[in-house]
Design a protein around this ligand. Structure first.
Ligand code: DGT
Ligand code: CA
Ligand code: CA
Length: 596
């Protein structure tokens, strides 16, 4: 069992225990353990296998170590099953709603017999929730909105979670005899921020028997919760996390065609197929074929079956594109958003890659809500080979994050100076993530802002403003002459919080006018800006900072996922702020602007 799954089970258990009315200290112990597990970079299952003492980890006592061991060896937890005999397990899903915590969930259950989303929605609509103590009309409306949001995204997983669920499965399949090649196609390969299910393709050379053996092996993967369907050449399983995985086995001769077909998107495939038909060709998951006269009459699949006609290709994905006179198009671009025209005209973007990245311009330290010192963050960035980095702690107004007063900002500069001397080979920029106050002014006096090398601005409060007011607020902040980057511009948290009501078109246009860059925040829960906004930023010629917003060294690795999202938004090296050399970055930071 992967760490994410262990964390998920322990977190669910904490919710259920709290709903049952367990001792708060006990509940807190579970939540602390969840935090530790989420922050670990090593696999707990491996640690258990190697007989390591888990109680050495912060927040993990003897009982918790026992639970983790039980989970990683058996995949289940006796205590959870015991609790579920008393508390309906579906109550844990209510806790995920905005405006419902364990205490409220418990009340809904005990007083209204509500145990799941459907019950709750019905009770809200009947006006029964509003009458309960502690729930008003306003909170009822909020809960109802949250239920709708959950419904909309139901079943979609963050790509980052999907990656962790898939890792052990892919390892298992790679070591399966008969499997020559295995790839994940679908939205996962296109780098989408959320993934509905994973579409795996295995190349199996050999006959039906070999294929069936691979399918059997797949459906007996230890992490399988349920086999949804299983046939001769394909099967679908559901993992314990609720994540669905399809597998298809196919021969080498059609592997490339299938990879193209199942990578999608559907809209991209439709365009490619149309181009093919105009040339008298048929492109399908089986290959590229010349359409015979009978084939034309019989529509797409000729009477002789899907492989009828002269086979022109299918082994490599390139052959599908070559058949319609196009170069290979990277999967991240296959959304029917102009990539086919660009490929035809030879104007596909040269997408930014990890090798282009010279630094990370958004991270926190223990001065605000980060977990590590400036020195530790600097060493970690140096170890990644970066040329520069910016320490960007919060400003005063963000009290929950221990934001910095002007005095503490100046004190921090002394420490940055020391770190600059202590850590060779990397330049540490003096930055700050300055809060945009409700009226659009900035949370630090100009004298302090002037002493910073880089100024990030972001909204952290009053997120419920009307669209017009929120837009004015952010634009006012952008126009401040000290500002360099607008970070996590829409404030969304994937699967948790919708973007603020804000006119992003107007905001991006103002950023272009003011010469301010925008951030592609690489935190897997944010990925903010999204691909559509990034495409708009491209039209406006905006610079993009791909930054991790790290709160500990392990988060610096979010850069990879951030790059995928940036690529989906057609971001090239040339417009990437943190692909500039230190010298060019400093020139850009010193650019002329309003009143400065
Ligand atoms: P997801 O799973 O919702 O995140 O999105 P996808 O893109 O992975 O979609 P999925 O799993 O339904 O199908 C995988 C790919 O298979 C899809 O991107 C394109 C291809 N595909 C599936 N159904 C059709 C279809 O009816 N027509 C065409 N042209 N392609 C299809
Ligand atoms: Ca899929
Ligand atoms: Ca699928």
């Amino acid at each position: 069992m992967e760490n994410v799954e262990i964390a998920r089970v322990l977190s669910e258990l904490a919710d259920l225990l709290e709903i049952r009315g367990a001792n708060p200290f006990r509940v807190r112990a579970y939540r602390n353990a969840v935090r530790t597990v989420r922050g670990l970079t090593r696999s707990l299952s491996t640690m258990v296998q190697e007989g390591e003492d888990l109680t050495d980890l912060p927040g993990i006592g003897k009982d918790m170590a026992g639970h983790i061991q039980e989970l990683s060896t058996t995949g289940s937890l006796e205590l959870l099953e015991e609790v579920c005999r008393e508390v309906p397990r579906s109550l844990a899903t209510l806790v995920k709603l905005e405006g419902v915590g364990p205490k409220k969930a418990s009340k809904l259950w005990k007083e209204l017999d509500v145990t799941n989303l459907d019950d709750l929605e019905a009770a809200l609509q009947a006006g029964r929730v509003q009458e309960l103590e502690g729930f008003g009309a306003k909170s009822a409306a909020k809960i109802l909105r949250s239920i709708r949001e959950v419904r909309q995204r139901q079943g979609r997983f963050l790509r980052y979670e999907a990656e962790q669920y898939l890792r052990p499965l892919l390892e298992y399949l790679r070591s399966t005899s008969g499997v020559e090649r295995i790839e994940v196609a679908g939205s996962y390969r296109r780098g989408k921020e959320t993934v509905g299910d994973a579409d795996l393709l295995a190349q199996v050379d050999g006959g039906e028997e070999e294929q069936a053996a691979v399918i059997r092996h797949f459906t007996s993967f230890p992490g399988v919760d349920r086999v949804v369907m299983s046939g001769g050449t394909r099967a679908s399983i559901m993992l314990g996390s609720g994540f669905g995985v399809d597998l298809r086995v196919l021969p080498a001769r059609s592997y490339g065609a299938a990879l193209h077909y199942f990578t999608g998107s559907k809209e991209h495939n439709v365009e490619i197929r149309k181009l093919a038909l105009r040339k008298g060709l048929r492109v399908s998951e089986y290959g590229v074929f010349r359409v015979s006269e009978e084939g034309r009459e019989g529509g797409e699949a000729a009477e002789g079956g899907p492989e009828a006609g002269e086979r022109l290709g299918g082994e490599a994905e390139e052959e599908v594109f070559a058949a319609v006179d196009l170069p290979w198009i990277p999967p991240v671009l296959r959304e029917a958003r102009g990539e086919i025209e660009a490929a035809r005209e030879g104007t596909l973007p040269r997408l930014v890659t990890r090798e282009d990245i010279r630094g990370d311009l958004h991270m926190h330290s223990t001065w605000s809500d980060g977990k590590n010192s400036i020195l530790e963050m600097a060493e970690a960035c140096r170890d990644l080979g970066y040329e520069y980095m910016a320490i960007t702690d919060h400003s005063e107004a963000v009290r929950v994050a221990n934001g910095l007063t002007p005095e503490r900002v100046r004190a921090q500069w002394k420490e940055i100076e020391e770190v600059r001397e202590a850590v060779a080979g990397i330049h540490v920029l003096r930055g700050l993530e300055v809060d945009i106050l409700r009226d659009g002014t900035l949370d630090l006096p100009d004298e302090v802002l002037e002493g910073l090398d880089i100024v990030l601005v972001a909204v952290h409060s009053s997120m419920g403003l009307e669209q017009a007011e929120m837009t004015r607020r952010v634009i006012r902040a952008i126009r401040h002459p000290a500002v360099d980057v607008l970070v996590h511009p829409t404030g969304r948290l994937l699967n948790r919080r919708e973007p603020y009501a804000i006119d992003m078109d107007a905001v991006l246009e103002s950023a272009a006018e003011a010469g301010v860059a925008v951030e592609m925040n690489a935190n897997p829960h944010r990925l903010d800006l999204n691909d559509v906004h990034l495409l708009r930023a491209r039209e406006l010629g905006l610079r993009v900072s791909i930054a991790t917003d790290s709160h500990r060294p392990a988060h610096l690795d979010f850069m990879e996922g951030g790059l995928l999202q940036a690529q989906r938004g057609w971001v090239e090296k040339e417009r990437t702020l943190n692909a500039l050399s230190l010298e060019s970055l400093q020139e850009w930071l010193a650019r002329p602007r309003n009143g400065r």
